[in-house]
Design a protein around this ligand. Structure first.
Ligand code: PRX
Length: 660
């Protein structure tokens, strides 16, 4: 993102005050900030009372930097808290999910009582397959109810789920399975995308060729048709789950029992297995879901339009909303599966009141035009949220005007896989919001913006976003790699959690996020490391060297631009260059997944390097964004840059599948 663009975004004087009507009924009242600030740890302890504990914790925080424990002498069961206790409280007939299929004309309504039975059956089936407390189970599934059921069944047993986004490749899946030694996989034969079946099971079969420890694979039949099958290892869901008892006696686990692992890109080629534990995480997602989305469980219909393969799905499709016993919409498809007005139809038909999505999707919907939302009644919506990347004020205003009838509050929520739940956000009814700003730390959260030396910056200044106190939902580490955890997050500024984001405090002291400051790209709200894509490229026989940058993109926020030098074999030399570029783009999609497909690949005779041999990524980013190149005196061969700039004239094409 260029400085000039950022400045244009930052109209600090434009703000939208909450309506008095909304403020009156809001779950969070202004005193919440002082209450939490008076004693944040004690405040979080009261939030933990949202959960039903088998053993009530007497401890709150134990902090031995970088390792935090929250509520450690308490015990509980996550799945009981999400489902069973609501049924016991007489809410069994309440709808948990209105599930809506892609463009294949299907839907399913699942009540809390039905969910309880489905989870019990799945837990019994997993037990039969051998899953026990502490075992890791990989989940590679489309957005179908069985995915949620699977996650709840796994944590019910005290096992650990590692959900891998179903858009990732076989290779990405196998490396994640191996890293945390998952011995079980739950998947589906395929998924639907814009009405067409696309297979998933072949990717699992390919991945498992290099995962000899996987003992069992449970497969949901979603699309039908033939699939490869390994007898003894593979089991159909309908054959093994459906015949199980609908009752399952749960066990309780300590608050610090590991609940799930979620892989996310870091600055190296190897994704990090971020793991979360039970009591603190559930407390955090329940409290944030309640106050930030202002949920009224008896009347609200929440729709978090994300995939369960990302942390947003974990925290605000599965655990937060279920702990709070709300009714949700869960949607399998893409924004235009079944037409460009599909989303608005879903909102109208289901009377959705709270919509939470990513800026990249908002920009796509905006591009399609206002006529689509205008043709539907969206008056049920009373709150909108965004997550995943900075939102440009233009998109924010469009969202509020066209989707929120010019009056709904918008919560721009900043958080990460590592933080477990939202940390910086307006509170509806309290905060006067500014388009493009995430505004204020959530109650009980201590965030700061610091300069290079770790000193707080003043109003009107920018720096690095840090968290200065632990919070309940924070990751407990990188699975199997405590040193990397310490080094990545806790050593840049001693004593502080380093988020990797740039941020600015405006004249009023409000926080604006400015994007990643490391080699992590944010493509459609999805994190990918430049090194990961470079590794994929140099894995292709024709590639000698590759340098990848995230260049700003009007729809996807950032897009991948790769600069590649070739070691041409006779065969490659005979190909025309555009065919080779296409081959390389597809190669990256195959190695990592379609989300990693570069928007543009520039074949260049050389890469610009400093005298010490480091690739000058800043410069390449400038070239990719067509900016003034600034100081190039440390380059070994400054003319390389001009050659690259000329090569950039080759047109780029954007993959609209990225908006998933
Ligand atoms: O750069 C920030 C950006 O997304 C990163 C976290 O990505 P991930 O772990 O995949 O989680 C995404 C969903 C929580 C952050 O380091 N980010 C997230 N939310 C915002 C944001 N950037 C600006 N504004 C946001 N609201």
């Amino acid at each position: 993102m260029t400085e000039a663009k950022l400045e244009a975004w930052h109209d600090e004087t434009r703000s939208f005050a909450p309506s008095a009507e909304f403020a009156k009924q809001a779950n969070a009242q202004p005193s919440i900030y002082d209450d939490a600030a008076a004693d944040p740890v004690a405040w979080w302890r009261t939030q933990a009372d949202r959960l039903t504990w088998t053993t009530t914790p007497t401890k709150s925080l134990e902090w031995d930097l970088p390792f935090a424990k929250w509520f450690s002498d308490g015990t509980l069961n996550a799945s009981y808290n999400a489902v069973d206790r609501h049924v016991e409280a007489g809410k069994g007939d309440k709808v948990a999910y209105h599930w809506i299929a892609d463009a294949v004309g299907e839907s399913r309504t699942i009540t809390y009582a039905q969910l309880q039975k489905l989870v019990a059956q799945a837990a019994n089936a997993l037990t039969e397959l051998g899953v026990k407390s502490g075992d890791r189970v990989a989940v590679y599934m489309p957005m179908i109810p069985e995915a949620v059921v699977t996650m709840l069944a796994i944590v019910r047993l005290g096992a650990v789920h590692s959900v891998v986004f179903a858009g990732f490749s076989a290779e990405a899946l196998s490396s994640r399975i191996l890293d945390s030694d998952c011995q079980y996989v739950v998947t589906a034969d395929g998924a639907y995308r814009r009405g067409a079946a696309s297979p998933l099971k072949p990717a699992v079969d390919e991945a498992l060729e290099s995962c000899p420890n996987v003992k069992a694979v449970l497969v949901v039949r979603r699309t039908g048709g033939d699939v490869g099958w390994k007898d003894g290892r593979d089991h159909w869901w309908h054959e093994i789950v459906d015949r199980q008892s609908e009752e399952h006696a749960y066990e309780s686990f300590p608050a610090e029992h590991t609940m799930f692992i979620m892989y996310t890109s870091g600055t190296t080629a190897k994704p990090k297995g971020i793991f979360h534990t039970t009591g603190g995480y559930l407390t955090h997602v329940a409290a944030t879901h309640d106050y930030i989305f202002d949920v009224k469980p008896d009347t609200d219909i929440c729709w978090t339009a994300a995939d369960i393969g990302w942390i947003t799905g974990h925290s605000y499709i599965v655990y937060g909303p279920l702990i709070n016993c709300v009714t949700q919409v869960m949607y399998e498809g893409l924004p235009d599966s079944g037409g460009k007005d599909r989303w608005w139809k879903i909102i109208e038909e289901n009377k959705v009141t709270i919509l939470y999505t990513a800026p990249t999707t908002i920009r796509t919907l905006m591009k399609w035009g206002e006529e689509f939302p205008k043709s539907h009644d969206l008056s049920s919506l009373r709150l909108l949220g965004t997550v995943g990347e900075p939102i440009n004020p233009e998109a924010w205003i469009w969202y509020r005007e066209n989707i929120g009838s010019g009056k709904t509050p918008i919560v721009d929520t900043w958080w990460q896989t590592e933080t477990g739940g939202i940390l910086i956000t307006p509170l509806p009814g309290i905060t006067a919001t500014k388009p493009g700003a995430a505004m204020t730390p959530f109650p009980g959260i201590s965030a700061d913006i610091v300069d290079n030396d770790g000193n707080s910056v003043g109003n009107g200044e920018g720096g690095y976003l840090v968290l200065t106190q632990p919070w309940p939902g924070m990751t407990r580490g990188i699975y199997g790699d405590p040193e990397r955890f310490m080094e990545t997050y806790w050593s840049r500024f001693p004593g502080m959690y380093f988020a990797g984001d740039g941020a600015k405090r405006d004249q009023d002291g409000d926080i604006w996020l400015l994007g990643r400051i490391d080699d992590v790209m944010n493509i459609s709200g999805h994190r990918l490391s430049t090194t990961e894509v470079e590794h994929a490229l140099v894995g292709h026989p024709a590639v000698a060297e590759a340098a990848v940058v995230g260049a700003s993109d009007p729809t996807t926020g950032q897009a991948i631009v790769a600069f590649v030098t070739l070691k041409l074999s006779a065969e490659d030399a005979s190909k025309d260059q555009s065919a080779l570029v296409e081959e390389l783009r597809n190669h990256v999609a195959k190695v990592i997944g379609p989300i990693a497909k570069p928007r543009q690949i520039i074949l260049t005779p050389e890469l610009p390097k400093t005298r010490s041999g480091k690739i000058m990524r800043r410069l390449l980013r400038d070239v990719a964004e067509d900016r003034d190149l600034g100081d190039v005196t440390t380059l070994t061969d400054p003319t390389v840059v001009n050659q690259i700039a000329e090569l950039m004239e080759i047109g780029a094409d954007v993959d609209d599948d990225l908006t998933r």
